[in-house]
Design a protein around this ligand. Sequence first.
Ligand code: 1GP
Length: 252
Amino acid sequence: MKETLYQDFTHKKKNGKKSFAVLIDPDKVDAAQISELTSLAQDAAVDYFFLGGSLVISNHLDECIQQIKSLCNIPVILFPGSPSQVSKHADALLYLSLISGRNPELLIGQHVISAPLVRKSGLEIMPTGYMVIDGGAPTTVSYISNATPIPADKNEIAMCTAMAGEMLGMKLIYMDAGSGAKRPITESMISCVSKHIEVPLIIGGGITDPEKAYLNCKAGADVIVVGNAIEKNSALIREISSAVHSVPVSVG
Ligand code: 1GP
């Protein structure tokens, strides 16, 4: 039987292999850019494409995914900012519950409304505890979610939130400083959280160079997500992918 993407995440974690996900915001790319990004990503052995944004203004999510899938074999995982960002053409869906916030709509409300649609999509569903960490600037995600991010220096709050998420059944924890964050998540917070959970840990927000991606992986991140910096300089795909994949394997 074909391995699910979640099994792929957990196998990699078990074997100490780190992954790199390129985040594409469908609002910010046209067909020519998708073509360039897929080609660079394929050459750089990027592990996943994450697709989504806090707002999706244009209506070409389906087309965008279909184009990616026609050009490469890299799995496409939806990272939706709202229930409208569900497409059956993707491979899986990060089913996000904003566990760092106290907005019931983003903890469970929108899930209830969209549950039949999500089930019907046939997508592989990955229950994800989503944690927004203060990245030094109000980002779209913190404004839209109307939720206070976890302060950047409160490692214990992040750790307890992630532990609670895992015990509630979340299969992934995603800590995000928000797209374009001025200050990405500290290695000390990543290390503290990763030591207290078993599920794969995704880290994103404000990562702009290969060194930071490498250090985050060494600190315990399993998947590094980069969007904004790649929009500005697509050559970073190769550099960050190679940094993430060069992290020495440390099992356990
Ligand atoms: C944001 O984690 C992602 O939700 C990626 O952030 O765009 O800053 O790389 P950047």
